[in-house]
Design a protein around this ligand. Sequence first.
Ligand code: MN
Length: 240
Amino acid sequence: MILDMHCHLDLYAEPFEVARKCQELGVFVLSVTTTPKAWKVTKKLEFENSKIRTAIGLHPQVASQRIAELDLFDEILPRTKYVGEIGLDGGKDFSDSYSIQLKAFRHILSSVNKSGGKVMSIHCRHSAKAVLDELENIDGTPILHWFSGSKSELKRAISRGCYFSIGPNMLCSKKGQEILSLIPTDKILTETDGPFGKYNRKILMPWDASIANDIIADNLGFSKEEMNFLIRSNLKKLLE
Ligand code: MN
């Protein structure tokens, strides 16, 4: 089974075609949304017998424009186990909205904590420390998507019990490969971040998460099949 633990299924040019093929291939997709308003339409891509799961999110990069949708977030939250894409973006290009991002993220985490037992896909670009600070004492399982923080932040995330979803593009850099080598193997998941995620200049499709599987296997000295078995058991444990 192919696992794409972070994908923007609704943002492909042909979302229904892509979802149909995921259903056909049995790809497990965590279909994250960038705004609460997008959830209802995106949920329609969860075809019968598919392994597509729709998460309710508010992307930090649009938090300032969409802060009014937090009420809708709270309304939808009880209907799903999955939350994402949420988080903080500490990049210089988003510094103007940082205080609003933080306000939105705190609201979301407080709601998530009250509900309990949610699985979260978290954006932590240039913000790993702040994200980990906010996650203290929150009930829920965090998955750090495309982690790029420091070694000490990574250590802290590991002791918090975070999972890590890793795409092919993350492993193009030495730093990404080093991060991978330090993550406990029982916390590794694959992702594409499609259609934003690209590899060899091509937009990644959800089933291309198998590329990540194969590169991770290669890096860690597992066979592709062993890696796939491991990732499947990690997902199973995560969803227990
Ligand atoms: Mn994303």
